[in-house]
Design a protein around this ligand. Structure first.
Ligand SMILES: *[C@@H]1O[C@H](CO)[C@@H](O)[C@H](O)[C@H]1NC(C)=O
Ligand SMILES: *[C@@H]1O[C@H](CO)[C@@H](O)[C@H](O)[C@H]1NC(C)=O
Ligand SMILES: *[C@@H]1O[C@H](CO)[C@@H](O)[C@H](O)[C@H]1NC(C)=O
Ligand SMILES: *[C@@H]1O[C@H](CO)[C@@H](O)[C@H](O)[C@H]1NC(C)=O
Ligand SMILES: *[C@@H]1O[C@H](CO)[C@@H](O)[C@H](O)[C@H]1NC(C)=O
Ligand SMILES: [Cu+2]
Length: 171
């Protein structure tokens, strides 16, 4: 049930940008310095409209066990089509656990951290160095999860989040 709540929150957060555009995003958008104008009752963010943005998932925490990525997504969103997510995680060594990134096929598998029909987008070494980029190319929900330990990282490590990129209307 926790996961359902999280997704609803996330979707609601996205809807806010469209439906409730007269809310004060500068205070709700977390640690992002978002400034903009209100035009015809719609909030028009500055600098965010200039083109696709790139986000390092988890910020300086990168992609790790135990960081709340749902929270990160809420605070750093909304995300727009063609924005890029960067996943960074060190390749495993003798003392650290491996991570990976999978796309889960639907909300049910996301909720249950069921990796059976998941698609791997980054293996355990893909996040090394500057990490790898994943562009949000389509208008669809994306369900990201770590695939390690048979879903334990996803379930107990909070290594999952969902985004549904919005369409930029004001190019
Ligand atoms: C809206 O944001 C401005 C700063 O941009 C702040 O001064 C004001 O208190 C905020 N209003 C609310 C209702 O949060
Ligand atoms: C937001 O902007 C203020 C002043 O422009 C700056 O001091 C602060 O560090 C910025 N915060 C973030 C998270 O970028
Ligand atoms: C927005 O972008 C312009 C030019 O790219 C820059 O000068 C300005 O400081 C930016 N504003 C904020 C709030 O980041
Ligand atoms: C993670 O963050 C979300 C959104 O802020 C929150 O609803 C959820 O309870 C958090 N999960 C944990 C385990 O703290
Ligand atoms: C293993 O990786 C971690 C994180 O990248 C690093 O801090 C640590 O020094 C590494 N340990 C060894 C034995 O290489
Ligand atoms: Cu992991």
């Amino acid at each position: 049930m926790k996961c359902v709540g999280a997704l609803v929150l996330l979707v609601t957060a996205s809807m806010f940008a469209i439906a409730m555009a007269n809310k004060n995003w500068s205070t709700t958008a977390g640690n992002w310095n978002r400034t903009g104008d209100y035009n015809w009752g719609f909030y028009r963010p500055k600098n965010v409209t200039q083109g696709p943005n790139t986000f390092v998932v988890g910020g300086s925490d990168n992609w790790r066990f135990g960081y709340n990525y749902t929270d990160w997504a809420i605070k750093n969103g909304p995300f727009y089509l063609n924005d890029k997510l960067v996943f960074k995680y060190d390749p495993p060594n003798d003392t650290t656990f491996p991570h990976s990134v999978y796309l889960l096929p639907n909300f049910w598998s996301f909720q249950n951290c069921d990796l059976r029909r998941a698609m791997k987008i980054g293996d355990i070494t893909a996040g090394g160095g500057g990490g790898f980029e994943f562009p949000l190319k389509r208008w669809q929900p994306y369900y990201f999860a770590c695939g390690e330990r048979g879903g334990v990282h996803c379930k107990d490590g909070l290594m999952k989040f969902a985004v549904w990129p919005l369409i930029r209307w004001n190019y």
